[in-house]
Design a protein around this ligand. Structure first.
Ligand SMILES: [Zn+2]
Length: 793
């Protein structure tokens, strides 16, 4: 799935036809209707900004499904036959995204064939146009040929939209606008899709599925809110509210997990026929009841929507439509293998935030019971309220002190220490053994799959560099890790107030990454092994300090303040990055912070196979869209690198005191709420020093957050006049960026030992001249000595 909001919805209305199972069977058997085949000319399908013209050709419709025709196929198989699709993205960022994939900022593509899948009234809309042209008529001669050709394709393709079609057609309320999917075959781009979904936050998406190096990518060419939504943005709303999760989990000796998840679901709308949930694909859903009565389940991969995701969408059809304001108890029985063995009893959880059914990751209380083999240690979010042994099983019950968005757990054969700082308890666990990959021989790196979904829905994976050779015992380093984590907790509590939960457990995960869930932090097993003296200094700093601090920072960024929209997800990572940087700077000094900034800068400037620097893959606000067949690794480089630098640049414009006040304000204002990039921009602007250049930070966000480009800046200067009436006349020349790029850059003039004047200069494509009056000749003049601008070095 490209992003979350499209997925989570609830349908209202009356059940039109049969059950979900009947619907799915009918969908798999659906075919084109030989009595609904037309010769067509000048038919248009217009969906807001999207225009499709069936200029000349044949059009055949599918047979009805749940009372509605849901597909049509067009073939330009006549003399001068033609179809055309036109899409003009409304913003510069979207035009340049489209251009990066297609070579053109606008989509205007002729096609020879197309299939349309729809759940709205498109059949009627097309039929009503037929009388306009006398050439339009029903035909029979090509119907059989078209049916034979298109029906297998229809069955294959509509399976990919099964869940959504079920929602619209058997759960949907009357008058629902419905989804429209155009699947085009063009000579220039091969197959590509254009989707119009009135329910999505961005209604129009164009792109295509690309296979590369055995991976499937959905390359999002462009995605934007349609014309109506741009002029009159629809309010975001929830249809159900979840509360009080109670999850009972049993882990057998083979590490298979068997769960009963109960959650209260309050319907906000009357007559909902279906509720959508998400869960890891590794988990099998056996049954669902609603208030004790069996509910029907529709669980199905969605082809395009699930690429790169480990989450699966499923629908629950309660025995009767839900009533507004009533609270129901949903009970799910599910099981699966979500725990893997990395060797020598070092385990990891592959479905860390999605091992149970969730809906839009709403904040809820959790009551968790785990039954597990007595020789294992199991840690999870929340405070222990019960812990006992029954035969060869240990039973631990935990409850969360406040609401959280997801509950994670971890397990292993642990050694554990407890540290208390600033009134908060931090438990730090280490594996007693080292996983196979880190044992001296054979040397091999375990690389966990980091899916787009994990990155986006859990919003907190920080992947580090490849591992360095390791020392043997993680336990030996436990005290050091515990001290490190505790001091970063202390640092952040002193700046941002209480963390998401008062009890934080830190546990290891094999691999080169970490992840910060409320009350439970995973850190790379590499953080537990002492780096050899020869290790790269920035890698060493990353695993010794930065990674832990970043994951600790997620207790605030992502778990107290959150985001839901894919374009805002970068914010949580960027805030965790700058928090870690501030901590490292405090603990290890400014050169250590500079080392991290240099290392992230270098990765942004690294040239790819296409000859472009990594930063050029797209704006940081594109989030998961950055992962594409063109730039498979760009998400990581840009989210963490550009994100850190955006925050660092804001910090330098504000000064540390104002910047820290901004961070504290965010925690207070957006506690247990989501923040958008634009709200963040406004909050940041409010903390700028008075009379700042670009006071609303609009230029800053246009360029650094919603745009790409890293300039090279060059300072030259001369001192003119006679003391005490000297003038420093300087020039800053900018290159390597688009001609409209412009940034503020500080020039620091040391007028006497330890006494400096900072002059901020706004750059442009032409060299900019600035002057500074001085009483005496400067000791030193330097451009941006304190990492205030991301620039080429
Ligand atoms: Zn993170």
């Amino acid at each position: 799935m490209r992003w979350l909001p499209v997925l989570a919805f609830v349908v209202r209305g009356t059940l039109l036809a049969g059950t979900a199972a009947d619907f799915v069977r009918a969908l798999h058997e659906n075919q084109f209707d030989r009595s609904e085949c037309y010769r067509v000319r000048d038919i248009s399908i217009v969906k807001e900004d999207l225009k499709i013209y069936l200029t000349d050709g044949h059009l055949i419709f599918s047979k009805p499904l749940a009372g509605r025709r849901v597909a049509a196929a067009f073939t330009a198989d006549v003399d001068s036959g033609d179809g055309e699709v036109i899409l003009l993205p409304p913003s510069r960022g979207e035009r340049s995204s489209l251009a990066s994939y297609t070579g053109s900022p606008n989509l205007d593509q002729h096609f020879r064939a197309a299939m349309f899948i729809f759940t709205g009234s498109d059949y009627d809309a097309i039929l009503s146009q037929l009388p306009r042209n006398a050439a339009n008529k029903k035909v029979t001669d090509v119907a059989a040929k078209l049916d034979d050709f298109w029906t297998p394709r229809l069955r294959g393709l509509s399976e990919g939209f099964e869940t959504r079609m079920a929602l619209d057609l058997i759960g949907g309320s009357a008058g629902h606008p419905g989804i429209f999917v155009g699947l085009f075959e063009s000579s220039k781009y091969g197959n590509f899709d254009v989707i119009f979904d009135p329910w999505a936050q961005e209604q129009i998406v164009a792109g295509r599925v690309v296979e590369r190096d055995k991976h499937s990518y959905f390359d999002t060419w462009t995605s934007f809110a349609d014309r109506s939504a741009r002029h009159n943005p629809p309010a975001r709303r929830e249809d159900v509210l979840l509360s009080d999760y109670r999850i009972e989990s049993t882990l057998d000796a083979g590490l298979a997990l068997d769960c009963v998840t109960r959650v209260k679901v309050k319907s906000l709308a009357d007559g909902a026929n279906a509720v959508s949930f998400q869960m890891a694909a590794e988990m099998d859903l056996a049954s669902v009841t609603v208030d004790g009565r069996p509910a029907e389940i529709l669980q199905r991969d969605s082809l395009r929507s699930n690429i790169g995701r480990s989450d699966e969408l499923f629908l629950v059809f309660p025995p009767e439509p839900l009533r507004a304001g009533r609270e129901y108890e949903f009970e799910f029985k599910h099981s699966g293998k979500v725990i893997q063995d990395a060797g020598d009893h070092v385990y990891y959880v592959s479905a860390r935030g999605n091992w149970y059914p969730t809906h839009n990751l709403q904040f809820a209380q959790y009551d968790l019971i785990f039954r597990y083999p007595v020789d294992l240690d199991l840690v999870a979010a929340g405070d222990i309220v019960e812990d006992r042994t029954e035969g060869d099983r240990r039973i631990t019950r935990r409850r969360t002190a406040s609401t959280i968005r997801f509950a994670a757990f971890n397990l292993g054969h642990y050694e554990q220490v407890q540290v208390e700082r600033s009134g908060y308890v931090v438990d730090v666990c280490a594996n007693r053994a080292l996983e196979t990959a880190l044992q001296p021989k054979p040397r091999q790196t375990l690389s966990l799959p980091v899916t787009a979904a994990a990155r986006q829905s859990q919003g907190s994976i920080l992947v580090g560099p490849a591992p360095a050779p390791a020392a043997p015992s993680p336990v030996a380093e436990l005290q050091r890790v515990a001290t490190e984590v505790a001091s970063s907790v202390e640092f952040m509590v002193s700046r941002f107030g209480p963390p998401a939960l008062p009890h934080i457990t830190v546990s290891p995960i094999p691999g080169t990454f970490g992840q910060g869930f409320p009350g439970l932090i995973y850190i790379s097993t590499l953080a537990y092994v002492k780096s050899p003296a020869a290790a790269n200094p920035s890698d060493q700093l990353f695993f010794d300090d930065f990674l832990q601090a970043h994951e600790v920072a997620h207790q605030w960024w992502g778990n107290r303040v959150t985001t839901t929209y894919y374009r805002d997800g970068w914010l949580m990572e960027a805030l965790a990055q700058i928090s870690a940087l501030l901590y490292v700077e405090k603990r290890k000094g400014a050169p250590s912070a500079a080392l991290m900034l240099d290392s992230y800068r270098a990765s942004l400037l690294e040239k790819g196979a296409n000859g472009q620097i990594a930063d050029a893959a797209g704006p940081v606000s594109f989030g998961p869209r950055l992962t594409s067949s063109l730039t498979p690794a760009a998400y990581r480089t840009i989210t963490y690198g550009k994100g850190l630098w955006v925050m660092q640049m804001l910090r330098r414009r504000m000064g540390d005191e104002r910047f820290l006040a901004l961070l504290l304000d965010l925690v207070k204002q957006y506690d247990h709420r989501e923040i958008t990039t634009d709200e963040f921009r406004q909050a940041a602007a409010a903390h700028l020093p008075p009379h700042s250049d670009d006071p609303k930070l609009e230029t800053f966000f246009d360029q650094w957050v919603n745009g790409t480009g890293i300039p090279a800046l060059k300072l030259s200067y001369a001192v003119k006049g006679k003391a005490p009436q000297l003038r420093l006349v300087g020039t800053i020349a900018q290159s390597d960026v688009e001609s409209d790029f412009s940034t503020l850059a500080p020039v620091e003039i040391e007028v006497a030992r330890g006494q400096t004047i900072t002059q901020w200069v706004r750059t442009s494509s032409d060299p900019v001249i600035f002057t500074a009056p001085l009483k005496q000749a400067p000791v030193k003049v330097s451009l941006d000595p304190h990492y205030a601008v991301l620039r080429r070095m």
